[in-house]
Design a protein around this ligand. Sequence first.
Ligand code: FAD
Ligand code: NAP
Ligand code: SF4
Length: 680
Amino acid sequence: MTRYPNLLAPLDLGFTTLPNRVLMGSMHVGLEDRPKNLHRLAEFYAERARGGVGLMVTGGFAPNRTGWLLPLAGKLTTKGEVARHREITAAVHDNGGRIALQILHAGRYSYHPFSASASKSKSPITPFSARAMRGNEVRSTIADFASAAALARDAGYDGVEIMGSEGYLINQFLTARTNRRTDEWGGSAEKRQRFPVEIVRQVRDAVGPDFIVIYRMSLLDLVEDGQSWAEVVALAKAVQGAGTTLINTGIGWHEARVPTIVTSVPRGAFTWVTAKLRPEVSIPVIASNRINMPETAEEILARGDADMVSMARPFLADPDWVRKAADERSDEINTCIGCNQACLDHTFAHKVASCLVNPRAGHETELTLLPTRRTKRVAVVGAGPAGLAAATAAAGRGHTVELFDAEDEIGGQFQLARRIPGKEEFAETLRYYARQLELTGVKVHLGQTATAAELLEGGWDEIVLATGVRPRPVSIPGADRPNVHSYADVITGAARIGARVAVIGAGGIGFDVSEFLTHAGAHGVALDRDEWLREWGVGDPAVARGGLVPPAPEPSPRTVYLLQRKRSKVGAGLGKTTGWVHRSALKARGVETIKGVEYARIDDAGLHINVMSKGGRGSSARVLEVDDVVVCAGQESRRDLLAELQAAGVSVHVIGGADVAAELDAKRAIDQGTRLAATL
Ligand code: FAD
Ligand code: NAP
Ligand code: SF4
């Protein structure tokens, strides 16, 4: 008897049966767009097929050039492309998997000057204006979807997913927000829906009855003038009638100002919307967004919210997710923590997507951790992300590894990160590594500060210094007062903080500390879903179009000032796809951000600052009457042991924050640790 009977139950689609209820959702990994990368892409999917996922969906391929997301993006329009795709489908089928190709027309989300949409318009997130499609172009675009689907079948795919959510072309036809047409494709909800319904009908005609057609549907647009719930239900029924096999859930247009997948979104936050649609149709529906562990997925299915669950990023983090769940090894799953740092942030920077907790993702053919031919004795000093990655990867290859940390628990700075409200998921990475240490047989010494002399005595073949960072002190007069604290003391609760606080330094940690200080509740407990929905203004789409209602954030228990010396926008250096969420959250809780600050002194009156004027020519003095000051002024490398070890001539490697503190993040720390282990 399995712990996940619903998750692991087969799903009979009539002409084929999926082995379980897990869909690997579409992800553009950046290997789709160049023929030379298709081999890497094939290996990426093959590894996930071996991991047992029921059905995978590729990243989006355009049905024609106008639909490209970027110039020269992946498309499926020619026989030559079909031949290249066969490498992908063969790799998946050879490894027991199934795969559907996603057909995506970007419409006004295209990053090229010849983009087209339902009406002439420009999206708030792309630089180019889209022209309005003429009637015959609408018809030819529908035919292009059908042609791409037929070519997908030729290429060996098991199905297609028609991308009808996240604000792409199909959404642009569906709402009055972007469709102002007066011909047969606009003017009423029924006419606006004709475009997707005709696409599904022609796709089904082109592929025959025994081929999976998924329609990814926007259930909550989360933008003004989005679809009403009655329109969503009518569309679901219509696409079912036109030949859809499965309806997948899409939440929010890309231009929506409500986060839908970042780590602070509670797990399964949107499955209630899928549950609302399910009784309206007779085909299986798929829930999505922030589902990352088997327990969550099983609950969703057991509750009857959906027939399947879709997860995308969790398969970057762990290709063996399904197999581990099926083998009762869910404690071995490397959990997606929703950080977006190596996946979506890479995609937006036009880099190959990977994963912060699994640097092999997207690099399967190049970053291999083969068994070693010569076992070495390896000492790793520091059990932060860098040391944990190095120790477990080296031991996994067969080396004899011992890991030392001065603290009583593993994790380094991640022990602080996981205490930030909205970052509770980071604890999963530490659970994963704790289990990997056991599985790979690393001998762990906690509460033990390693010295150079001890390390030299140990006679190690390799010594890895992953000793991380220490907070950078500031040299402001009064910084030695008892009401001036380091971020670590604040987050661990060692320092008690009053009602008015100034935070010095507005990097990632300054933002996190401000988040911590503006939350009243218990820390380390997942955020309450209903409270989160109220905070971001998400409501019942049957009451409010697109599910948008006025936000009602919980008031902050403290007055918080967040300061930086630079004159650039506060928070400009945060993640591309997550920074806006942090900035909006603090704004909603009344945090005052001040840039262009010069710190004068701290005394009984508070923190004295001079604030540069907008033009930068003058400055004005200001006293922030605060009870406490928290210093988040970056970090410095801890590499006290290095010189002595080097002088002794032993083989020593420095990774993570100990190597370079500036712009350090766990992505670099884990990547560096893993890559070093691959070479030992
Ligand atoms: P550390 O995590 O600093 O670990 C070093 C370890 O070495 C420590 O455990 C220390 O005790 C040990 N050590 C040092 N000297 C010795 C010695 N002589 N003997 C034995 N042990 C020793 N990064 C992100 O990528 N994304 C985020 O969202 C994010 N959020 C963060 C939020 C907060 C509040 C904080 C504080 C950090 C956050 N970070 C985040 C940064 C991330 O945690 C660090 O980049 C990462 O932990 C650095 O890893 P590391 O292994 O190099 O060093
Ligand atoms: P950081 O990003 O380097 O920010 C340090 C801040 O302190 C800056 O605002 C800097 O701005 C200020 N500062 C630097 N030296 C100072 C000094 N001597 N006196 C006063 N202010 C000073 O470092 P961090 O916030 O400590 O974050 C460390 C790393 O953790 C980051 O690189 C980040 O990638 C990672 N992290 C990421 C996230 C995330 O959400 N992705 C969250 C937390 C941490 P001014 O010089 O302009 O004042
Ligand atoms: Fe998940 Fe972060 Fe990895 Fe992306 S980079 S897959 S969000 S853990």
